[in-house]
Each structure stands twice: as C-alpha cells, then as structure tokens.
Ligand binder design. Structure first.
Ligand code: NAD
Length: 391
C-alpha cells in the first residue's frame, strides 16, 4: 500500500509546458505528480500559449515569478543556466506540438512526460526514442487510466492462466460530448478536429489509444497481426477526421478483437471498458467502476473482485492508496503512473537498468505503439475499410 513516503532520494525538479488555466488535462498532471510530494516538485513552467495568462497562472500555483516563462524554448534555456534547474518536463499541449517540444527537451538533457497521442508518425516516435536513449533519458506517456490497480490484477490473472487461453478482446471507449457540431466551437475541441494540430485522427488518437494501451498492459504477449478499421465523420465538417470508428483485429496465435471508439455516442457520459474472454472464463474492467474487476467462470457464479482486498495479487495491492473501504478514482490512477515515472527516472539517473527493466509503466514504446495503432487504423479506413497487415 502506498502512503506517500519517499521512494527516491529527493523529489525531482519538475516543470510543465501547457496545462494552463483553461486546459482540460493540466490539473490531472498536477494532482498526479504532486500527490506524493516526495516524487515531484513543481518549480517552473511555460503553462500557456498566452504568456501573460501562463505567468499569472504559474504564480497562482506557487511557482516563482521568474520561473514562469514565455515559451518552452526560454524555459529550457534559462533553466539550464540555473544550478538547480529542472530535471523533467511534462508536455500537456495540443498534439501537433508534442514532437518539437519533446525533441527540444531531450536535447536540453531533460526527462520527458508527454501526452498522448504522442506524435503524428511512428517515424517521429522512433527518432525520439533513439534520441532519448542516446541522452540516457526516460519518456513517460500519460495513459492515466492504466494506473488503476485492478488492471494489474487483470494482467496477473491472465498470465496465471485463470481464464484459460485468450480468445477474444472486446474494447470500447466512447462518449457523446461531440454529438452535435456545437461542440466544435470550444477551444479544446477546435484543434481536435483540425488535422494540422490533431494529426491523422480524432477519436482514434484521442480516445482509443488509452484503451489500446490498456489491452497491451493486461495482455503484454498478444501482438496484432492485422486489422480492419471503418471510420466516420458524422459531423461532416470534421472530415477527414473521424468522430466514430470501429476496428476489428486479428492477433498472432488466433485470438481476435474488436474496439469501438466514438465521441458521438449521444447521451453517453463515459464508457471505457475491456473484456478479455478466455477458454474457461472472462475478465471485465470498466473505468466508471474502476475499483472492481468482474471474473466470470463458465458454469460458476460470477465474482466481483474489489480493490485493496487481501485476496488480490501483490502487484495490484502495491498500488493501493486508500484501502478497500474507500473508493479510488482517476486521480489515484494518475498518481500511480506519475510515481512510476519518478521511479523510472531515478533508476535511469542511477544507471540501474535492471530495476528499470522490471518496471511496468507507459514509456516510449507504449507511446510509439499508440502512434502505430492510429497509423494502421487510418491506413485501413482510408483504403476503404479493408484488412491490412499490422505494420
Ligand atoms: P486544451 O486545449 O484544453 O489545453 C491546451 C493547453 O496547452 C492550454 O493551456 C494552452 O494554453 C496550452 N498551450 C497550447 N500550445 C502551447 C504552447 N506551444 N506552449 C505552451 N502552452 C501551450 O487541451 P487538452 O485537452 O488539455 O489537451 C492537451 C493534450 O493532452 C493533448 O495532447 C490531449 O490529447 C491530451 N489529453 C490527454 C488526456 C489523458 O487522459 N491523458 C486527457 C485530455 C487531454
């Protein structure tokens, strides 16, 4: 169980690019990183595209005025001149800026935590991976939901053979907040439907990369062989970007999968789930009930496993924060992910590659795989919704 005690020698000096006053995701990063004040310390930032608003916001967060910078270039340059400058930066800006800011951060010698979808192309991701390796730096990707401990329980149970041989993976991440075109007048949505800033997809990158990563987390050995993606722009002005997509998958070894992602599922507040069906039993997790894991064994009464209970595997219990009596949520999941980023960065700094190799967290490979997933889905959809080999 986690209780906030220090796990690294001292908190890492941390900055943010983006995630400003009006951003959707900035607070999730700060609650994640600062939950254990033994892991990160927010000391600088270029929080906003509007430099004045960003400076004011940073000061209100408690950051020293002289360390609230105009843009990321000034942030990296000026912090490098300080004796105790930043060591790690989070990039929480719109998609189209991730590549150039990540590259500049690595060149400045910083560890990087970046939002998903990581970049526009897998070529960019491979280039950044090589740069991070040459600089000896970590890249963390904020697939925040993946920090829910019941997903680690799911991973353990599948690995142990509790459901038998995996046959099917059923996934969904949908909501209805873009059901009408009026959604597109909001700042945070405008760029999401502009290919120059969002990249080659809307919901495939925005939503499904999370669920696809969850499938990799719980099924680390299952590799995609081919897929068929059909994507639609139900609001025509969003074309060529999709607000709905359905993907069918074939995995190496014979298992098959299906994923539906949508922002036009009218009336739906949030539906993200994964169900893994094996030859003996199924496991199902849903992000609106993240403290539970359904375990359904054929011909037996269904079981509902609960977070924090001693019957869970150590891998899951190690990430528990509140105990079984209390409900954990998204902020707990983000805190778990951020703590793992800190541990990974610390291990890298100390040259402890063995510790690093044993850690489970969404790093550069998970980010690269998300970009690759989107690329393959788009290639299939834009070729007329045909089966394509997963490249
Ligand atoms: P947003 O439009 O709500 O906010 C973007 C923020 O970045 C704003 O504060 C803006 O002023 C700032 N900004 C933009 N360009 C900048 C620049 N060049 N320098 C400094 N600041 C800049 O967007 P959002 O919804 O917060 O999304 C940001 C990123 O986070 C996207 O990549 C998105 O896909 C991702 N996201 C991830 C999750 C998650 O669960 N992991 C959730 C929401 C968004």
């Amino acid at each position: 169980m986690l209780n906030g005690e220090k796990q690294i020698a001292r908190p890492l000096r941390w900055a943010m690019v983006g995630g400003g006053r009006l951003s959707q995701v900035g607070y999730k990063h700060r609650t994640g990183a600062l939950r254990d004040n033994t892991a990160f310390q927010l000391v600088a930032g270029a929080f906003d595209i509007d430099a004045g608003r960003g400076r004011d916001f940073g000061i209100n967060l408690g950051v020293a005025a002289e360390r609230c910078y105009t843009d990321y270039r000034e942030l990296f340059e000026r912090e490098a001149q300080r004796e105790e400058g930043i060591e790690v930066v989070t990039i929480a800006t719109p998609n189209g800026t991730h590549y150039e800011i990540s590259k500049a951060a690595l060149e400045a010698g910083l560890h990087v935590i970046c939002e998903k979808p990581l970049f526009f192309t897998s070529q960019q991701a491979r280039e950044i991976k090589a740069l991070a390796e040459s600089k000896g730096r970590i890249i963390g990707v904020t697939y925040g939901y993946s920090g829910h401990q019941m997903l680690l329980q799911m991973r353990q149970m599948i690995a142990r053979g509790d459901i038998g041989e995996v046959r099917m993976v059923e996934m969904q991440y949908t909501h209805g907040f873009s059901a009408s075109d009026s959604a597109d007048k909001f700042e945070a949505q405008k760029w999401r439907v502009d290919p120059a800033i969002a990249g080659p997809s809307f919901v495939l990158g925005d939503l499904s990369t999370h669920t696809y990563y969850i499938s990799q987390l719980v099924l680390p050995d299952l590799k995609l062989k081919s897929l068929l993606c059909d994507r639609q722009s139900f609001i025509a002005s969003r074309a060529p970007l999709e607000d709905n997509a359905m993907v069918m998958m074939r995995y190496h070894g014979g298992a098959v999968g299906r994923l539906w992602t949508s922002s036009v599922n009218a009336g739906c507040m949030d539906a993200q789930q994964i169900r893994v069906i094996g030859s003996k039993a199924s496991l199902q997790w849903c992000d609106t009930q993240p403290n539970e894991l359904r375990y359904e064994v054929q011909n037996q009464p269904n079981q509902l496993l609960h977070h924090g209970m001693p019957y869970l595997d150590n891998a899951a219990l190690a990430d528990d924060r509140l105990g079984a009596l209390h409900t954990e949520g998204l902020t707990d999941a983000w805190s778990n992910i951020y703590l793992k980023f800190a541990l990974a960065m610390d291990a890298k700094n100390r040259g402890d590659e063995a510790a690093l190799a044993a850690m489970i967290y969404p790093g550069i490979d998970a980010g690269l795989e998300g970009v690759r997933w989107v690329e393959n889905c788009v290639r299939s959809a834009d070729s007329g919704a045909v089966w394509v080999n997963y490249e």
